[in-house]
Design a protein around this ligand. Structure first.
Ligand SMILES: [Zn+2]
Length: 651
């Protein structure tokens, strides 16, 4: 999604004055890392010489024997080798050895015991005069029969605060306009601060007119929101499910008009990169698309609300097995401040890779946001990349296409930024050592961004793949691409960060909009993966545009079916040759996502020395014969472990 109210960066808003630290470009390009003996010794020494507090969070739905674990332990699956490592040479193991926040070894129980012994011997030699009684026994825990263990799941593109915001007033379950109006009426009745104050803005997110039954077609209007007396005179601003359009009530239109210079609606050509939809009478209908949304004066959430939304989202994320989220919200200093505060307090329960706003100060061209690397008490916050916007979304005919839409020849979508301006913006951040993640939906946006990346990657003395692995340039969505650009992205080492549930949400109308030729380069996940020389394809959900449960994305990626098991091409899935295998999907949600956030040395696979982040699932979703595609979504998270500690559920 693109933005909500409150994420907008105001050019004259105060910026952080701290200096910009340079980006570390030492991250290894190799997929796996190996610990040094020193690291192991230090970890063990710390484990045995300091006390370590384990916080636990339980959920009443999960009946567990263990919700707390000791500082060092072995974790094994009881009936089979069911720990999926995401390591090519040894894809499954029986046990993990964890000490504090790190994995010390993986293998059979015998191998784990051997590692434990070696380490204990080393330790008593160092600290206890070789006294054998000082050796600690290894505690072994088993997961439930039938369960599996996978590395902590990542969502490579999501919006935490927007998720919390959306949960306040849920519009995405609506299957008709009537549903929307009734939900809004209930909201007014149940919120006194709203019902008592007719000037109080009502803000929500999640409507999607393509899901409404008996809908007359096109966008809804302001008049629709005024059709109920309880709502008719209130300022209402509702973000479409994709975040690319606002639907305003007549009162909200009035407030907007009064906030504009000269109290006049701008001419169409003056709303660059956006559109105020107008009716036959030339008056706004109530739909503001893309950059036009910036004109609406609805108040942004306060810092307290932002924190509350973020906490809500992170708690829900843990319950579905997410241990890391790449937040693509184009965060301004205020929102970064909220996450920084949580990190300072040791209150970030998951890892957050926050993409900062790419808006530049109005007085100059140098970025002044401070980079944060493994920041906070638990080192879980990273701010080292920016989000750049190009076009809109397919659902609102905003994706920028090279040729007109097949179902609306009058438009080719919206480029929200001039191509020259885009290139200089990208270059400014790139040259300042920041990671750059660029939202591109349509083939025009994707083409121009690849052109820009190509120039940046070739304009250097080092080989372009070396630069690409150091800088990890990303395209967010990579949704509709020319066939030659699918291959070009791979060749350049540009990371395409995709959202499989977008394919299954859009598959019912995407081909109408794009036609039979362009659809070949759309949502082409297997082609993108094969084009990548290192086979990297991070997967995300774009929640709250889609659901937060990563299994929805796993299922969409491997089945290309909707949750009812349907697709326009039948039960083998929509364009089934673009399905991912289950192992490819798991890697996309773990190691590939880690790579895309410069964290593959630390998380994403079970390799000695990496963080002990893992998820226990109640069934083997990696085994097609055990769990057919239609049963993937029935899988339950039994435990989510971050830094070796159970943060949700239990063993
Ligand atoms: Zn998004």
């Amino acid at each position: 999604m693109s933005r909500r109210r409150g994420q907008k960066v105001n050019a004259d808003q105060p910026k952080t004055s701290a200096s910009t630290s340079s980006s570390s470009s030492s991250s290894s390009s190799s997929a796996f890392s190996f610990p040094t003996l020193a690291l192991i010794s230090i970890a063990i020494a710390l484990a045995l010489t300091t006390s370590y507090l384990y916080s636990t969070r339980t959920n009443s739905d999960v009946i567990s024997s263990f919700t707390r674990l000791p500082e060092s332990y072995a974790l094994c699956t009881p009936d089979n080798v069911k720990i999926y490592t995401v390591v090519q040479d040894r894809p499954t193991v029986h046990c993990l050895l964890v000490s504090k926040d790190r994995l010390l070894a993986t293998g059979t129980l015998d191998e784990i015991r051997e590692s434990w012994n070696v380490l204990q011997n080393e330790l008593i030699k160092k600290f206890y005069g070789n006294e054998p009684n000082a050796k600690k026994p290894l505690e072994v825990f088993y997961t439930k029969p039938g369960s599996i263990v996978v590395p902590g799941l990542a969502d490579a593109h999501a919006h935490l605060v927007a998720y919390g915001f959306k949960m306040q007033l849920q519009l995405d379950n609506a299957t008709s306009l009537t549903d929307i109006l009734e939900t809004l009426e209930d909201y007014v009745r149940s919120h006194r601060e709203v019902s008592d104050n007719p000037d109080q803005w009502i803000q929500g997110m999640g409507w999607d007119q393509t899901r409404w039954s008996n809908w007359r077609g096109g966008f809804p209007t302001a008049a629709d929101l005024a059709s109920r007396p309880l709502l008719s005179n209130r300022p209402i601003s509702l973000s479409r499910v994709d975040g690319h359009a606002l639907w305003l009530s007549p009162r909200a239109l009035e407030f907007t008009l009064h906030s504009l210079p000269g109290k006049q609606w701008p001419n169409d050509e003056d709303v660059a990169g956006g559109e105020i939809r107008k009716g036959e009478d030339g008056q706004p209908t109530g739909i503001f698309v893309d950059n036009a949304m910036d004109l609406v004066p609805a108040p942004p959430p306060s810092a307290e609300q932002t924190e509350q939304f973020a906490r809500h989202a992170m708690k829900d994320a843990l319950s579905v097995g997410l241990t890391s989220v790449h937040d693509a919200s184009s965060m301004d200093a205020g929102m970064i401040g909220v996450f920084k505060k949580l990190a300072d307090e040791g209150d970030l329960p998951i890892r957050v890779y926050a993409m900062a706003s790419s808006a530049l100060p109005s007085d100059g061209t140098k970025p002044i946001i401070e980079q944060l690397h493994k920041y906070g008490i638990d080192g879980r916050l990273d701010v080292r990349s920016v989000k750049v916007f190009t076009d809109g979304a397919l659902g609102s005919w905003g994706a920028a296409l090279l040729e007109p839409y097949s179902d609306d020849p009058n438009t080719s979508g919206i480029m929200r930024i001039e191509e020259n301006e885009l290139e200089s913006l990208v270059k400014t951040w790139w040259d300042s050592g920041w990671g750059v993640n660029i939202h591109c939906i349509g083939d025009r946006a994707n083409k121009f961004v690849l052109d820009i990346y190509e120039r940046l990657l070739w304009n250097t003395s080092l080989p372009s793949d070396t630069i690409a692995s150091q800088r990890r340039p990303r395209i967010e969505h990579a949704q509709i691409m020319r066939v030659e650009d699918l291959e070009r992205a791979g060749r350049l080492g540009v990371i395409t960060s995709v959202q499989p549930t977008h394919a299954t949400s859009d598959m019912w109308y995407a081909e109408d909009r794009l036609g039979p030729e362009r659809i070949k380069g759309a949502y082409a996940y297997q082609t993108l993966l094969q084009a990548s020389p290192n086979k990297i394809l991070p997967l995300g959900s774009d929640f709250p545009v889609e659901g937060i449960n990563p299994l929805l994305g796993f299922y969409a990626a491997v089945a290309r079916l909707d949750v009812k098991g349907n697709s326009p091409h039948g039960s083998s899935g929509w364009y089934p040759s673009e399905r991912l295998t289950r192992m490819q999907a798991l890697k996309g949600m773990t190691l590939d996502a880690a790579y895309a956030s410069f964290a593959d040395d630390d998380i994403g696979s079970f390799v000695n020395g990496k963080k002990a982040d893992f998820v226990v699932l109640d069934r083997d979703i990696l085994d097609e014969s055990a769990v057919p595609a239609r049963e993937i979504l029935e899988a339950k998270v039994l435990a989510t472990v971050v830094d070796g500690k159970i943060m949700y559920g239990g063993l």
